[in-house]
Design a protein around this ligand. Sequence first.
Ligand code: SF4
Length: 288
Amino acid sequence: MKIILAKDAGYCFGVRDAVNSAYDTSKEYGEVYMLGDIVHNESVVEDLEKNGVKVVSNLNQVPDDKPVLFRAHGTAKEVWKDAEKNKMNIIDATCPLVHEIHKEVKQLDKEGRKIIIIGDHGHDEVIGIASQVQDAIIISTVEEAEKLKKTKKAGIVSQSTQTIENVQDIINILMTKVFDLRFVNTICFPTKRNQEQIKELSEIVDLMIIIGSFTSANSKRLTQLSLERNKNTYQVTNATEIDVSWFKKNINSVGISAGASTPDWIIDSVVKKVKDVTNTTDKETIYE
Ligand code: SF4
């Protein structure tokens, strides 16, 4: 069996840096607190917990002498203000590319534009972007875009992990609704690379495996991109979910990629399991 692993499968640099920062900070202070999980991955969260990285739901639950870590996908402005007002020890693990989106959205707001964010409702990154300005509109689907009232002047950004396809479809509708529209493409480059590799790889292999949590909209989007090109696409959260019956006759090559919340060791264990069930001894190829 030919096994091809996408080069940018798994952690993006923003998530990797944030996870490392959580381990390092906890080592230094004994414990570190976060408002919510750092990644959509139970195994990672469990391991962090064992190493003193605690998840709380509000700032009041953080002990006075312990730091609070703000996660890769950003934190709402009000929460920042509260933490600063209470002179908390803030460890900022916000990805620089998310800080960039906050800057862009504030600039569009300064230009007097109605702010529209293309992203998932309730996602922490989207909440953080929306909090930078007053009354931002969040649109996640074409159907929602169709319901938008006509607007004279709008500025649009997207959540960093959206697919280009979804953003394009929504922008096409918004073009008919907004007279003066400025769109800043804030899909981040690691996301673009990951999506491109999945689209290309899924077209050249017989079977595709996407590793990612079913609770992550980002992972589901990656699976969808692959499914549209290869009906033999399966999403798994870890190696135990690999089913030997997938590797039937006429399956001679397998492509593997993963969402940005998947750590390297889970990717490695999936590759190993695929090798085991297909009796493959050759080293996997890396797809760039
Ligand atoms: S997905 Fe992109 S914006 Fe988000 S943390 Fe990763 S690199 Fe940064």
